[in-house]
Design a protein around this ligand. Sequence first.
Ligand code: NI
Length: 185
Amino acid sequence: MKYRILHYGEEPLKKVSEPVKEIDNDIKVLVKDMFETMYAANGVGLAAPQIGKNIRVVVIDCGDDPLAMINPSIIKKKGKEKGPEGCLSFPGLSEDVVRATNVVAEYTNPDDGELYEVEAEGLLARAIQHEVDHLNGVVFVDRMSEARRLQIRNELDIIRHGGTLRTEGEEEQQQELNDSMFEAK
Ligand code: NI
């Protein structure tokens, strides 16, 4: 099942999410639905608050292996790097954000319920930091300077009111992607 992705300004995106206590079937179904929602939106990461659920569940796929993380936490950070970032809750917006270059994160794997560690750099490190932020009620514009936020306040208003910054062509592409996913089932 595909969920609606919340936009910037909606309440669940501002809240600190609760840890998952038990990995039951509901959580496994949620993880599957989150992947489906993320792929349909052409994203590389999605956190449960973005579909209105304030629990600590994250899915990421930067093109290597899909990664589902329950109760993720970043236990080591190294270096700093400025790079472009987007977010499915901010359709069409891309902005530079400073993040750690390397991270080590700990999480429970929903498939076997075991605790794992992942060492990441580059895009994956960025995605993990971005998604863990969501679980703490932080969105990527919160990581920008006040000055930059002011510069893009009109764009942020459009998004807050349910709009998109994607061009018509990009919207069409998105629609085609959604249709083709639907037909594949
Ligand atoms: Ni995001």
